[in-house]
Structures are given as C-alpha cells and as structure tokens.
Design a protein around this ligand. Structure first.
Ligand code: BJW
Length: 244
C-alpha cells in the first residue's frame, strides 16, 4: 500500500466535521466473526436462501434457529477489535459522526459506539411473528429451539433482515440522509454488493462526499473511492488514528 495514503486519509478526516462510516462483516473478521462471502465465509458452508430467507423460516424454523444459535454462541465469545474501538473513539472527537452498519453482531455498541444505525437488525433481538413485538434475548445457548413468545406462544424469529425483506424504512431514511449530508464516508469491510446498503456510498459520492474505502480486496465500490486502503480494518483504522 502507498505509504502516503494513511496520512492522506487522516488529513481528510481531521478537516471534516460531518463523517459517516458504513461497515460490513469484514470489520468483525479480526474479532473471529466469519464474513458471509470469501474463502472462509458463511455462505461457503451454507446456502443463504436455505437459512436467511422468510421462505426458509416458514419451511423449517428449527433448522434456521439452530444456525442462529450456533452463530450467537460464536459471537458471544468475540470481543470488539481495534477497528471497532477506533470508530467508537472517533464518534467522540469528530463533531458529527454516524456509524451505519450492516452487521448484526452487536460489536459496535459493545465497543462504545452510540450514534449507530443497524441496517440489518441485531442477532441479540427476537421478534414475535404474531404481533411483531421486539425484545432482547441474550440466552446462550437458547433455552428452546425454536424459541416461542412468552406472551402468546407464537414463534419468535431473529430480528434480522433476510433476503427479499424490506429494511426498517425509518432506519434506511436516516442512513440515506446521513449519506447525503456527510463530507466524508468511510466504507469499511463490506463487499458492497448487498442493497440498499451498497447504494449509500454512491449516494454520498454524488452529493460530494469524499469516499475512503478500507478493505483487503477490491470491491465494486473501489472505482468510486477517492482513497482505497488495502488491508485489515483492525490495522488500518488505528494507523489512521495515530496520524489523526
Ligand atoms: C475485511 C477484512 C478485514 C475481510 N478488514 N475488511 C438492487 C440491485 C440488485 C438486487 C437488489 C437491489 N435492491 C435489493 C436487492 C435484493 C437484495 C440484494 O441486495 N441482493 C444482492 C446480493 C444482489 N437485497 C435485499 O433483499 C434487501 N432487501 C430489500 O432491498 O428489500 C426490498 C427489495 C427486495 C427484493 C428486490 C428488490 C427490493 C435485504 C438485504 C438483507 C441482507 N441480509 C444479510 C443476511 C442477514 C442474515 C444474517 O446475518 O443472519 O445481511 S445478507 C449478508 O450480506 C448480511 C450482510 O449484512 C450483507 C452484506 O455483507 P457484507 O457485510 O458486505 O459481508 P461480505 O462477507 O459480503 O464481505 C466482507 C468484506 O470484508 C469483503 O469485501 C472482504 O474483503 C472484507 N474483509 N476481512 C476489512 N480484516
């Protein structure tokens, strides 16, 4: 990687008042949470449509919940890494900083980020299929599979956005507004192929934001990025912070 790029990114961030960050599974990779795509990705072992779709849940809720129970146990043993921690720190020093994540693992709030939009939900929340009531559930392992609503006995489902499902429109609206308003958007550890999340940096760029991408590999966003930092987020973000 060009050694000048880290100071350049730090300089851009230091001068900015409104910064948005969009993160994906890659930021949690160094914490031990598997990504979705790529050589060790979850979708190498499982077909997305067999487990992360409303049709899969309707067909076999037990199978879907066994997969989530396995992931919850895995994530419960993971801690935020220096990438998460650096973004949490920047929220405190940059005047207007918002973090938009596609991750459901809850590691950003654990690192201390508070101004957070979770686009795809949270693996530690469950939703009653009957009345849509959302509640926290931290049971590891789950007490029963599939879990049932304590109030009405209906099935509970993960409070996660599956393929083909609508995202929470209020959350998406805030994410697009933040993308249009930011001066700089950091795009960290996402394959940039799942929409509408993948549209956010393009929207920000059209509105004049500088796009900084951090990823070991190129993505469809790379040609649109002003600065591309090739490497793991847990190393690159602290390096930028040192120059900040
Ligand atoms: C590192 C690293 C390190 C590794 N440091 N980096 C427009 C065009 C085409 C299709 C659509 C469209 N609009 C909607 C769609 C359909 C669909 C979609 O986008 N499909 C695409 C795949 C083409 N979208 C939807 O269905 C969405 N719903 C919707 O839009 O409703 C309206 C609608 C429906 C249908 C048609 C049209 C409109 C919902 C999307 C929900 C996504 N849900 C998932 C699964 C959740 C299940 C669960 O977690 O249990 O969310 S999919 C999965 O992908 C997960 C992730 O949040 C999401 C993004 O993945 P991410 O984060 O990018 O991870 P990876 O693994 O792909 O990439 C990791 C990256 O990290 C890589 O680049 C590595 O190089 C990098 N990396 N180590 C930094 N150390």
């Amino acid at each position: 990687m060009d050694g000048e790029l880290i100071p350049k990114a730090a300089d851009i961030l230091r001068k900015a008042k409104r910064v948005a960050a969009l993160t994906g599974a890659g930021i949690s990779a160094e914490s031990g949470v598997p990504t979705f795509r790529g050589k060790d990705g979850l979708w190498r072992q499982f077909r997305a449509e067999d487990l992360a779709s409303p049709e899969a849940f309707a067909r076999d809720p037990k199978l879907v919940w066994e997969w989530y129970d396995w992931r919850r146990r895995l994530i419960a043993g993971c801690a935020p890494n220096p990438g998460h921690n650096t973004l949490a720190k920047w929220e405190k020093v940059i005047p207007d900083f918002i973090l938009i994540t596609q991750n459901v693992d809850g590691l950003h709030p654990l690192a201390g980020t508070t101004n957070l939009l979770e686009l795809h939900g949270n693996i530690w929340k469950v939703r009653c299929v009957n009345d849509g009531a959302v509640s926290d559930n931290r049971d590891v392992p789950l007490r029963e599979i599939p879990p049932r609503c304590p109030d009405c006995g209906a099935l509970l489902r993960p409070h996660i956005v599956w393929f083909g499902e609508m995202l929470d429109q209020a959350v998406v609206g805030r994410a697009f507004a933040a993308s249009a308003a930011c001066e700089v958007m950091l795009v960290v550890g996402t394959s940039a192929i799942v929409h509408p999340a993948a549209s956010l940096p393009l929207y920000a760029a059209e509105a004049g934001a500088v796009i900084i991408e951090i990823n070991p590999d190129p993505t469809p966003l790379t040609p649109h990025a002003d600065v591309s930092l090739r490497g793991p987020a847990g190393e690159i973000l602290p390096l930028i912070d040192r120059e900040f």
